[in-house]
Design a protein around this ligand. Structure first.
Ligand code: MD3
Ligand code: FE
Length: 203
């Protein structure tokens, strides 16, 4: 089941389900090496989303700004490598949406507890806006906000469930987007949380 949100944005419902048995143990190893943390924005606010990363580059934020870095600032070591199961899923989803040869070097991993939200924003820290972004939803369902090119544009609401994959590219790559506060719910595999994997080509 494939839904098109806009000319370059596709929801692949349940696309990641067959991969979940490989994804979860790989995720546990990543989180062991580089635990989830609440980053601080340049404005000094603690993000309600907890984050970690894998791959050659990871996204991070502090009072000095947002940036991609090869090093996890919490431990001074490289981010954990991207597991083959992650890369394969991201590439097959991108290809299914019409983006061949997707080579992400970063996977940002977001963790939402009940009440956690992500306010409307654009992803502009990448140098390459040609490549798509692939996002994988795991655990408790969330309401995704799919906005326009201005912050004030009315945003559509798209529910995202365990196993759903969204691919964004082309004209939709710079749309404003966000996640409404996570509802209290329990998922049989992940408990009371939602995990989102976001694959990006950075440079
Ligand atoms: C649409 N994450 O990490 S993923 C983010 O569910 C982020 O954790 C959300 O926004 C989450 O930056 C949404 C889907 C997503 C990611 C990037 C996009 C949608 C996008 C970039 C442009 C347009
Ligand atoms: Fe984003």
């Amino acid at each position: 089941r494939q839904e098109q949100l806009a000319s370059g944005a596709f929801v692949l419902r349940a696309f990641a389900l067959p991969c979940v048995p490989q994804l979860l143990p790989a995720l546990a190893l990543i989180v062991h090496a580089s635990p989830f943390r609440h980053l601080v924005t340049p404005g000094g606010f603690r993000m309600s989303v907890a984050m970690t990363c894998c791959g050659a580059l990871g996204w991070t934020s502090d009072r000095r700004g947002y940036r991609y870095s090869a090093i996890d600032p919490d431990n001074g070591r490289h981010w954990p490598p991207m597991p083959p199961s992650f890369l394969q899923l991201a590439q097959s989803a991108a290809a299914k949406a019409g983006y061949d040869n997707f080579m992400p070097e970063a996977c940002l991993i977001n963790r939402y507890a009940p009440g956690t939200r992500l306010t409307l924003h654009q992803d502009k820290d990448e140098l390459d806006y040609e490549a798509p972004i692939v996002s994988v939803s795991l655990g408790v369902p969330a309401m995704f906000l799919f906005g326009g090119h201005e912050r004030s544009d009315k945003a559509a609401r798209v529910p995202l469930f365990h196993g759903d994959v969204v691919v964004w590219g082309g004209p939709d790559r710079l749309r404003f987007h966000g996640i409404l506060p996570l509802k209290e719910a329990e998922h049989p595999l992940l408990g009371r949380q939602r995990i989102n994997l976001t694959f990006r080509k950075v440079a």
